[in-house]
Design a protein around this ligand. Structure first.
Ligand code: HEC
Ligand SMILES: [Cu+2]
Length: 328
């Protein structure tokens, strides 16, 4: 090999190895390392098991194929043979052909069988008494998550849920909005919030706060479209539900609507995505505000198109404080 070519080969090899090592180190350092973060729900555990199972095969295949490739590159390098020398012409090898046909079939069958065993436990919630089941509707909107509970209570950007019980989620979106994707990494997969189809999933998690994200680039404030899943003991969950139906709960909802919906684009004192809102009389005007929220205006999406009258009342009960008495 001429010295120039050899130098290029060595530099390429070293650069590749350094890049590989650096990428592996970064992958190891972040979140769950090579694994997809932590699992805190039975379905997420099963997804992990499938992930690891497949990782073992793909790992062995990667090392095997790359190992043979490198070994062959070294063993069969040209060396001192002339450039024009022909290699030996080999036709067929019964044993090799059988091995490379049967082995992949066996590997794929093993992965397929393992998946079929695990899949029902990922898709379907375990059977539980009706009293121990909760179903929450998860609505994706620009740029907030809205949760509807069985008693009609509503919260925004913070899903409260009972600990260690099955919580069914029905993820929906609207045709006047864009697509979103509900993702709680600790609970496993991503579920599209799209119009015309309800995506169902579930979790059963110990008491803690879990991070949720919109996993679909959905517009200018997509990065702020995150939420918390606040899992608490059942008694606390029940207390939250009944409080939401009280006057104090209405005010709480109004505050969540302001911080979770309006503040994604508005500030009181300065222009942000939308205009500054302090002393904007609409914040205390039931009719005018309703028209704005249901229809949007210019660059402002119709963020409250499917809100009930009570939801709009809740917002005003909170935002009227930003309008000076007798002011503009
Ligand atoms: C996605 C960003 C976004 C969100 C979310 C948003 N707005 Fe707006 N808003 C805007 C923009 C942009 C405008 C300017 C609209 C225009 O061009 O006329 C605006 C305008 C307004 C105005 C001024 C209307 C006028 O003519 O004076 C009010 C009041 C308002 N928004 C209230 C709200 C409230 C209340 C919420 C929460 C429920 C909210 N907005 C949520 C972007 C947003
Ligand atoms: Cu989104």
């Amino acid at each position: 090999m001429p010295a120039g070519v050899r130098r290029t080969a060595i530099v390429t090899l070293v650069t590749t190895l350094v890049a590989l090592a650096a990428t592996t180190a970064v992958a190891y350092a972040g979140n769950g390392g090579l694994l997809p973060g932590e699992a805190h729900s039975p379905n997420a555990h099963r997804i992990h098991q499938v992930y690891v199972f497949i990782l073992i095969f793909t790992g062995i295949i990667l090392v095997g194929v790359e190992g043979v490739l490198i070994a062959f590159i070294i063993k069969y390098r040209r060396g001192k043979r002339p450039r024009t020398a022909e290699g030996p012409q080999i036709h067929g090898s019964g044993r090799l052909e059988i091995i490379w046909t049967v082995l992949p079939v066996v590997v794929l069958a093993a992965i397929g069988a393992f998946l079929l065993v695990k899949l029902p436990g990922i898709a379907n919630a375990p059977k539980a008494a009706a009293a121990d089941q909760t179903t929450v509707t998860v609505e994706g909107h620009q740029f907030y998550w809205l949760f509807r509970y069985p008693n009609g209570a509503i919260s925004i950007d913070r899903l409260v849920a009972p600990a260690d019980q099955v919580v069914n989620e029905e993820v929906v979106g609207y045709d006047y909005d864009v697509n979103h994707s509900w993702w709680v990494p600790d609970f496993g997969g991503k579920y599209d919030a799209i119009p015309g189809h309800t995506n169902k999933t579930w979790f059963k998690a110990p008491a803690a706060d879990y991070v949720a994200r919109c996993a679909e680039l959905c517009g200018i404030q997509h990065a702020l479209m995150d939420a918390t899943v606040h899992v608490v003991p059942r008694t606390q969950y029940d207390a939250f539900l009944s409080k939401r139906k009280s006057a104090a709960g209405t005010y709480d909802l109004g505050r969540e609507e302001w911080t979770g919906v309006c503040q994604k684009c508005h500030r009181l004192g300065s222009k942000y995505i939308g205009p500054a809102l302090r002393n904007n009389s609409l914040l205390a005007q039931r009719k005018g505000l309703e028209v704005l929220l249901r229809n949007g205006q210019g660059q402002m999406p119709p963020v409250g198109k499917n809100w009930s009258g009570a939801q709009i009342d809740a917002l005003i009960s909170y935002t009227k404080q930003f309008v000076a008495k007798g002011g503009s």
